[in-house]
Structures are given as structure tokens and as C-alpha cells.
Design a protein. Sequence first.
Length: 237
Amino acid sequence: MLYIVGVGSGERYLTKEAEEILNNVDLIVCYTGYKKYVERFNKPIYTTGMKKEIDRVKKALEEAKDKDVALVSTGDPGIYGLASLAFELNKDNIDIKVIPGVTACSIAAASLGAPINHDFVVLSLSDLLTPRELILKRFKLALEGDYIICLYNPISKKRKELFLEIANILKEKDLIVGIVKHAGREKEEKRIVNSKDLIKYIDFIDMNTIIIVGNSKTKLVNNKMIAPRGYLDKYKV
Ligand code: SAH
């Protein structure tokens, strides 16, 4: 059996179900950088590095023929995780169960206040697997639709261009933007800025950061970033 387990973003967000499974499997498979999050389960761990996702998933499927295996993703494995690839590569019809986890944007949002409490779009700025034009098109359409926009993978060491293009588009807008680095972890840091100034935060933002662009109704209440549901307008409170 193959469990595709989300371990949450930030150590405190591991669900009971994930904990139970990690305590009971025969093998844990994960990205080298995540080994530290699963060592405490005292299980054999197989790791592969960045860009070795296909090898990792194939190994997990192979081992799952006669063992219980947990393939671990941070946050939710079905949100920019390996869940879909595992289904796509499952030629031997291994039983696969996805165990959801608390995704980074939920944790970042809670830390900022309530910024995704209305319709929102989730977008990754990584162009490793998705063409840049498509990412930009989706971003522009989401802005046009006045959606709140959560940006995963905003920047990496080698990849800043899309962030710069998006920050340039946002220069012309007047929206509230929340930036959370290491959400839910001890070293969490956050900023709430105007979209016109987002570009100035390029050195603050890295691959452990999530950016939440507010919609036209987003406001600050006691320094918290809030997306109103509309109750006050409707009920004239
Ligand atoms: N499956 C993960 C997302 C993996 S994509 C999830 O559901 O959360 C990796 C991106 O997620 C990072 O580049 C960053 O944008 C975001 N991310 C993951 N953990 C984070 C954290 N603790 N704080 C802020 N952003 C995080």
C-alpha cells in the first residue's frame, strides 16, 4: 500500500492521521531536505534530491508492492506535491491513499489574519513544468476577476523573472499584499505591504515564502489582513 502523506507546513501542523500512518509504515520516502521532518518516526528513510521526483515516486511504488510505504510531501501532497504523479506512474495498480495536510497558504493566511476568506486562486510561479506564458495569463485573469491570489514558489535562487513581471504588473494596482516566510515554523517572518511596493521586497522573498495578493475589498483591521465576506454591507452592521 502506498500512502501519499502531507506532513503540513510547519512542524505543528502534522495531522493525527498522518502521524498514525508514519508510525505504522515500513518505509518513508521523501525529498532529502525533508528528512529532518520524519526522522523521529524511526523508520527506514529513502531520499532523493531536487528534480529527482520521478525516481522517488517510482521507488515508492516499487517498494509498495510488498510493504506499506509513505511518500511524504510538505503541506498537502495534492497541492504542488507528488500525489498526481504517483497516480500517473502507477502501472501495477498499487493501492494508493492520499493523506491530506495543512497547506502553506492556510497557515500563512491564519498568520496574516483572514486574507483568503473569499474566492481565491492558487498559482505557482515555478516555470519548471508549466510554461511561463500560461502562468502569466492565469495571473492576469485572476487579477481581472478580482480574486485573492496565493502565489506559491514565488522565487528560487535561479528564477526571479516571473516574480519581477508580476511585481511590475502589481505596481499599477493599489492592493494589500501579505508575504509570509517559513509560515508556521519558529523562524516565521511576515510583511504586509502595498502592491506598488512589492518589488522592494525581492530580497526578503525566497523559496520558503508565500505571497497573498488581496482583492479590491481586502482591508487592514488592527494590522491584520482581512478579506471581508460581505456581512457588514449586507446586514448594515
Ligand atoms: N505541498 C506544499 C507546497 C509545495 S510547493 C503545500 O501544500 O504547502 C513549495 C512552495 O510552497 C514554496 O516555494 C513556498 O511558496 C510554499 N511553502 C511551503 N511551505 C511553506 C512555509 N512553511 N511557509 C511559506 N511558504 C511555504
